[in-house]
Write a protein that binds this ligand. Structure first.
Ligand SMILES: Nc1nc2c(ncn2[C@@H]2O[C@H](COP(=O)(O)OP(=O)(O)O)[C@@H](O)[C@H]2O)c(=O)[nH]1
Ligand SMILES: [Mg+2]
Length: 247
C-alpha cells in the first residue's frame, strides 16, 4: 500500500486481508511502519519487532522525523531476517503496509531495496488517493503526479484507488467528471487557475498520460466497503492473471 499519510493504507490493508481470508486464501500482513501505534489488523510480521523508534530517538538524540529516517535504513539492514519470516509464514498473499510518511519508503534507497529483496514473487502497488485531499482539480493533478513519481521509483505495476468516498459524496461526482476526459479536467483547471499555474498543470497532465491513468482509478470506501469488489477484481486480474481466489 502506498499513498500520502492518512490516506487509508492501514485500514485498506485490513480490508483486503479480511477479503482474502473470507475467500479461503492465505493472506498475511507485514507492517513496515516503525512509528505506528495502533493498527487495525493483526500483524504476522512487524518491523517494530526489529527497530524501536523511541529508543532510537533517545539514543541518538533525534526528533521523530530523524528517527524515522534512521529506522527506515535500519529496516533495510534487517531484510534477511524479515525475508526469512515471510518465508516461514509462506502466505499466498503478503499485504505490505508502508510507513505513514510515504516519502520515507518511496524516495530513500532502503524502500526500493526492500521492494526488490523482500520476495522474488510477483508484486504490485496499490496507490491511495486520499479522497479528502483531492477536493480541487489542481490537488487532484498534484496527487496524480505523486502517484506517478512513486510508480517511477518503485517500478511496480500499480492500481490507483480513491479512498474515503463515503465522506466526499458530492465531491466524488466532480472527481469522476474530471477523470472522465482530459478536456473536462483542463476545463476545471481553467476555472481555478490561469497563467503560469494553468500552463504548468496542463503540461504536467499531458506528461502523465492522464487519460489512461484516470480510466483505472477505482473509488472505494474502507468504511462502507463501497468499490471493494472492483478493487478485488483489479487485484486478481494483475496477480492471478484473471483467476479468482479459491472458495
Ligand atoms: N471515512 C473514511 N475514513 C477512512 C477511510 N480510510 C481510512 N479512513 C480513516 O482515515 C484515518 C487514517 O487511516 P489510516 O489507515 O491510518 O491511514 P494511513 O496513514 O495511510 O495508514 C483513520 O482514522 C481511518 O479510520 C475511508 O475510506 N473512509
Ligand atoms: Mg498506516
Amino acid at each position: 500500500m502506498t499513498g500520502t499519510a492518512g490516506s487509508g493504507k492501514s485500514l485498506l490493508t485490513s480490508k483486503i486481508y479480511d477479503y482474502y481470508t473470507q475467500n479461503s486464501a492465505f493472506a498475511a500482513v507485514l507492517n513496515l511502519d516503525p512509528g505506528v501505534e495502533n493498527i487495525p489488523y493483526t500483524c504476522d510480521i512487524d518491523v517494530r519487532d526489529y527497530v524501536d523508534i523511541v529508543s532510537i530517538m533517545k539514543k541518538y538524540d533525534l526528533g521523530p522525523n530523524g528517527a524515522l529516517i534512521m529506522t527506515s535504513d535500519l529496516i533495510a539492514s534487517k531484510i534477511d531476517e524479515i525475508r526469512n519470516e515471510v518465508e516461514r509464514v509462506n502466505p499466498d498473499y503478503l499485504l505490505v503496509d508502508t510507513p505513514g510518511q510515504i516519502e520515507l519508503f518511496a524516495y530513500r534507497s532502503s524502500g526500493k531495496f526492500i521492494v526488490e529483496n523482500l520476495t522474488a514473487e510477483e508484486k504490485m502497488s496499490i496507490f491511495l488517493f486520499d479522497g479528502s485531499l483531492i477536493t480541487t482539480p489542481i490537488n487532484f493533478v498534484s496527487i496524480a503526479l505523486l502517484a506517478t513519481s512513486i510508480k517511477l521509483r518503485l517500478n511496480l505495476p500499480t492500481i490507483n484507488v480513491i479512498t474515503k468516498t463515503d465522506i466526499i459524496t458530492t465531491k466524488l461526482k466532480d472527481i469522476i467528471q474530471w477523470s472522465s476526459s482530459l478536456r473536462s479536467l483542463e476545463n476545471a483547471i481553467a476555472k481555478e487557475a490561469d497563467g503560469e499555474t494553468y500552463a504548468l498543470t496542463t503540461n504536467i497532465l499531458r506528461g502523465l498520460n492522464f487519460s489512461g491513468f484516470a480510466q483505472g482509478l477505482i473509488p472505494i470506501s474502507n468504511v462502507t466497503g463501497y468499490g471493494m469488489v472492483n478493487l478485488e477484481g483489479a487485484l486478481s486480474r494483475i496477480l492471478n492473471l484473471g483467476e479468482e481466489v479459491e472458495d
